[in-house]
Write a protein that binds this ligand. Structure first.
Ligand SMILES: Cc1ncc(COP(=O)(O)O)c(C=O)c1O
Length: 361
């Protein structure tokens, strides 16, 4: 028997967006604009930063493994019970717990091809069969996903909105889709970007889907700027949650994550500022890209994906922008070699991107 299972050997390392200091070191450029990882350009919620600093004196203590305070607060905020809430080291941490809790033997998974890379990594690492259904016009093709359901299907994953396309499944589409999914199949609704999308009238509010087989995942990484502390949460039926709690890494999420999340929820000012900045930035970038004649996909998240004629063009543009101090994300490793994703930045960062792009074109 080989030490490393063949499905693990086949995996490839995840390549994150280039960090700012790496670009500074390699290119000797000091002024860098990073629009590559869908981070919050305003930084983190100031209330969360304050709370983390204040908690430092107790950092030698292990975290509260039950996440009591934060789960209670999330339950209050969303009008559910504490035993319907799970926490994790980012929403990806919860995704990983879901895989370890529910998958066995011949279970199968279904998702969209070339959607969120974090799920792809976890699904492939589970060693189970995954049906990757191609997107249609850059959107989840729920009809085709339903066709892939078999007696072995255990999990269906939907990123809503999707990363890296920014498109979303509408309420009507989800309702129709849901009517075809057997109760024994768990649907993961990954709403890492929901704060940016939920003002769209046809965006489904998954809090109304408190079905027994739906788990909603959300994140403090984007709208609250806490990507570095790793804190996310999920809502589901108490039976699902109680089993997830048995399997999760006992001391995740960290003390800092829990404290930051708790403070961030009450930081409505920061959330409002973030959403407004994102909306303005999205309008600015869409208009400017139109003016430059650049094809882009309408996005409900905090990034916008552009479509180019060829892979070499997208690659070359990404490298040239990098040399001009603007880091964007070529989506070749995501499976979209003709596309470049640009995270919405501060006003001046968006302007810098557009003026650099204009110069190149
Ligand atoms: C669709 C989607 N889900 C989940 C995540 C990860 O969120 P977290 O930082 O909470 O693990 C991301 C981050 O990029 C994402 O794009």
């Amino acid at each position: 028997m080989p030490l490393v299972p063949s499905y693990i050997k086949k995996l490839e390392n995840y390549t994150p967006g280039k960090p700012i200091d790496e670009v500074q070191r390699e290119l000797g450029i000091t002024e860098i604009t990073k629009l590559a990882s869908n981070e919050n350009p305003l930084g983190a919620s100031p209330l969360a930063i304050r709370a983390m600093i204040d908690s430092m004196k107790n950092i030698h203590r292990y975290p509260d493994s039950s996440g009591y305070e934060l789960r209670k607060e999330l339950a209050n905020k969303f009008n559910i019970k504490q035993n319907n809430v799970v926490l994790g080291a980012g929403s990806e941490g919860i995704m990983s717990t879901i895989m370890r809790t529910f998958l066995l033997n011949d279970d199968e998974l279904i998702s969209a091809k070339n959607s969120f890379i974090g799920f792809r990594v976890l699904a492939n690492a589970s060693g189970r069969k995954v049906m990757w259904v191609p997107m249609k016009k850059y959107r989840y093709d729920l009809e085709k996903m339903v066709e892939q359901i078999t007696e072995y299907t255990k999990i269906i994953y939907i990123a809503n909105p999707d990363n890296p396309m920014g498109t979303y499944v509408t309420e009507k589409e989800f309702d129709e889709f849901y009517s075809y999914v057997p109760d024994r199949v768990l649907i993961i609704l990954d709403e890492a970007y929901f704060e940016f999308a939920h003002d769209k009238l046809d965006y489904p509010d998954s809090m109304t889907y408190r079905y027994d087989n739906v788990i909603t995942l959300r994140s403090f990484s984007k709208a609250y700027g806490l990507g570095g502390v790793r804190i996310g949460y999920g809502f589901a039926h108490s039976d699902l949650i109680s089993n997830l709690l048995k399997v999760k890494v006992p001391f995740e999420p960290s003390t800092l994550g829990q404290i930051a999340g708790l403070a961030a929820i009450s930081d409505t000012d920061f959330l409002k500022k973030t959403i407004k900045l994102n909306k303005n930035g999205m309008n600015f970038l869409s208009n400017q890209l139109d003016t430059l004649g650049v094809k882009h996909i309408k996005s409900a998240a905090n990034f916008i994906t552009t479509v180019w004629d060829s892979e070499s063009m997208a690659k070359e543009l990404t490298i040239t922008l990098l040399n001009m101090g603007v880091i964007v994300r070529h989506l070749d490793t995501f499976g979209w070699p003709n596309c470049i994703r640009i995270s919405i930045g501060l006003e001046k960062e968006n302007e810098q991107f557009i003026s650099s792009l204009g110069e190149i074109l």
